[in-house]
Write a protein that binds this ligand. Structure first.
Ligand SMILES: Nc1ncnc2c1ncn2[C@@H]1O[C@H](COP(=O)(O)OP(=O)(O)OP(=O)(O)O)[C@@H](O)[C@H]1O
Ligand SMILES: [Mg+2]
Length: 616
């Protein structure tokens, strides 16, 4: 159970030897901390404790039920002033033996298995099935039903509930009843993809109604009643494939390592669940994160996903390594100015727009879950041609220094949304509340009608915090004020930016701007979003690139000239000189005419030549 507890801010913790959650860490591992704290193995604060100190101080006698009830009331701000956000407490309750206990979590977790989409299932399982498919000579034959009992775990594949599939999104109900499963076996997928002869109308049903044929459905119902257990997929990869460099972060759920892949030599961030999750109630949470990453990890402003696997019953996720650390670490020593905030907003809103366009929501946007890269190739200096160009020239000698210059600059940064453990679908939400400091009130009231706007609120309050409005309250009057439209003005920001933040934190979700409208907000026009310093730096870099290219051009021209000269010399040398021919001829004829030859008459070559020349 301790795993569900979050580290409080005060608990900037030191990993101790007895911390079982870190039993798999090498003792030699150094903590790579971007916080100013010099202590080794000091972690950035993560989410809150459920039994939060402040909370307990504020409400020592409060019964959890009252807290929840009060949170759900729509009482006025003043009445709410004494009330604290219940989410952490409610979550705590769920973990103990009360009506809303682990059972609830587990039930929810099991019911969430119905997130299925049959076509999405087919599409996902298709990848796993591809190898098998290639072995099939002709149209596949269906397995006799009794054969299903002998199916091996490796013949099945999970269904990713986040796969964007509009077909099934429109047939949710049907989908739930028909495909209330989390995995499909390869034969069913084959049959769906290749079309079973006696499933002819099934194929048309798939297109028209989003369903399989009756027989296929029956087959699915005969199959494994639960999802592919992590335990069954355990594989040993971590030590074999990766070289562990350091620990880069610790959250409620996982420890994140910086690793180098032994084969490709690139750096990755590998997140490993702190405790074994296979078979536990956290298995679903772990899989959720993998599913979300697999669907969303392709956008420049979402942490890229490479692979995931289960090892020793732990979940491991191999992600892009973000060398700039978390936003939380970046703001340890200073708040962000408006120009930096605009860049942050521009990047995060692009990521959110992408997530939202997949009908998914993040549900845990906060500085600890926004990472950054300082790699200029990842940064959008311009269009993608520029990235391609930079990639193309990066191996060239001169670019290394330019690269270094970019890398050392704190001003070139790409922000990426990470930690997708709370992602859920808006069509069939399974909401696991994130950090209550960043949650809007409606989520605590279990109003999930406009989840997109919950992300917008969290981003708004994140901007407010990193601009200098933090630290954010976890409960109490200040917590409520921020959710009742009483957002203090940040003096260092323009009126427009303050207004935008306040609008994003509007108490009424529908009044908050959408990710799309923020994206096209005039405040984020391309020029405005870059600081003078950044523009200056980019200009310098462009000039340097230009210089290098000009030098190369000059060098290339020189080489071409030299080559041309050599070619003309060679050409001249190869052309037979008529005079030379005459000379040879004459010497030859002379030699022929001289019965003694040259040897006896002329002791050395010079004399002989002299003779020839004389003859000429
Ligand atoms: N890809 C990455 N690149 C660089 N640092 C990372 C990466 N992933 C995670 N981190 C670091 O590790 C910390 C914990 O990661 P993450 O938020 O994914 O863990 P978590 O256990 O899911 O957290 P939470 O408590 O929010 O559930 C982050 O705040 C960040 O500092
Ligand atoms: Mg996190």
């Amino acid at each position: 159970m301790s795993m569900a507890f979050r580290l409080s801010k005060h608990e900037t913790s030191v990993i101790s030897a007895e911390d079982t959650s870190l039993e798999h860490l090498d003792s030699s591992v150094e903590m790579h901390s971007r916080s100013p704290s010099p202590a080794p193995l000091v972690f950035n604060p993560r989410k809150l404790r459920f039994a939060d100190d402040d909370f307990d101080k504020d409400h020592p006698q409060e019964s959890p039920q009252n807290i929840k009830k009060r949170s759900q009331s729509t009482a006025t701000a003043h009445r709410d002033v004494d009330m604290s956000p219940p989410c952490q407490k409610v979550r705590a309750l769920r973990l103990f033996n009360t009506p809303a206990t682990p059972k609830t979590i587990l039930q929810k977790s099991t019911s969430n298995c119905n997130h299925l989409s049959a076509v999405a299932a087919a599409a996902n399982a298709a990848a796993a099935a591809r190898n098998e498919l290639s072995k099939i000579p002709d149209r596949p034959r269906s397995l006799p039903l009794h054969n299903h009992r002998t199916l091996q775990p490796q013949d099945t594949a999970n269904v990713n509930p986040f796969t964007p599939d509009s077909l099934m999104a429109h047939n949710k109900k049907r989908c739930r009843t028909q495909f209330g499963r989390e995995n499909l076996n390869v034969n069913t997928v084959q049959r769906f993809l290749l079309g079973e002869p006696n499933d002819e109308d099934a194929t048309s049903q798939v297109a028209g109604n989003g369903g399989f044929g009756i027989e296929a459905v029956r087959e699915i119902n005969q199959q494994a009643p639960k999802r592919l257990a992590l335990h069954d997929t355990n594989i040993s990869r971590f030590k074999r494939e990766f070289m562990q460099v350091s620990v880069i972060g610790v959250g409620e759920f996982g420890v994140v390592f910086q690793c180098v892949n032994r084969l490709d030599g690139c750096i990755y961030a590998i997140k490993k669940s702190k405790k074994p999750v296979a078979g536990s109630s956290f298995e679903k949470r772990a899989l959720n994160e993998v599913w979300a990453h697999a669907v969303l990890g392709k956008h420049d402003n979402v942490v890229r996903y490479y692979s995931a696997w289960a090892e020793d019953d732990h979940m491991l996720i191999q992600n892009e390594f973000c060398d700039g650390g978390s936003l939380q670490a970046r703001i340890q020593d200073h708040s962000l100015g408006e120009s930096e905030l605009k860049i942050l907003l521009m990047h995060v809103i692009e990521g959110l727009r992408y997530i939202h366009s997949n009908d998914l929501v993040h549900m845990d946007i906060k500085p600890e879950n926004i990472f950054s890269t300082m790699n200029p190739t990842a940064h959008k200096l311009g269009n993608s041609w520029e990235t391609t160009y930079l990639n193309a020239v990066r191996d060239d000698d001169g670019m290394d220094s330019v690269y270094e210059e970019l890398r050392s600059s704190e001003n070139l940064v790409t922000y990426k949304i990470g930690d997708l453990g709370h992602v859920t679908s808006v069509n069939e939400p399974f909401v696991e509340e994130g950090d209550c400091r960043y949650l809007p009130k409606e989520i605590l009231q279990e109003d999930y009608n406009n989840l997109f706007k919950a992300d917008i609120f969290s981003l708004g309050i994140t901007l407010y915090e990193v601009a200098g409005g933090g630290p954010l309250p976890k409960n109490g009057p200040e917590w409520h004020k921020l959710r009742h439209g009483e957002v203090p003005v940040i003096p260092t920001l323009s009126k427009d930016f303050n207004e935008l933040i306040a609008q994003m934190m509007h108490p009424e979700p529908n009044e908050r701007p959408s990710s799309m409208s923020i994206y096209s907000h005039p405040i984020l026009s391309a020029v405005d979003s870059k600081s003078k310093l950044q523009l200056g730096l980019e200009l310098t870099v462009e000039k340097r690139k230009n210089e290098i290219l000009m030098n190369k051009l000059r060098e290339a021209k020189k080489q071409i000239k030299l080559l041309e000269q050599r070619v003309s010399v060679l050409a001249t040398a190869n052309t037979p000189d008529p005079l030379d021919g005459q000379r040879c001829l004459r010497s030859f004829t002379r030699r022929m005419r001289t019965p003694f030859g040259s040897h006896g008459k002329f002791p050395n070559l010079a004399d002989r030549n002299k003779n020839v020349i004389t003859n000429v």
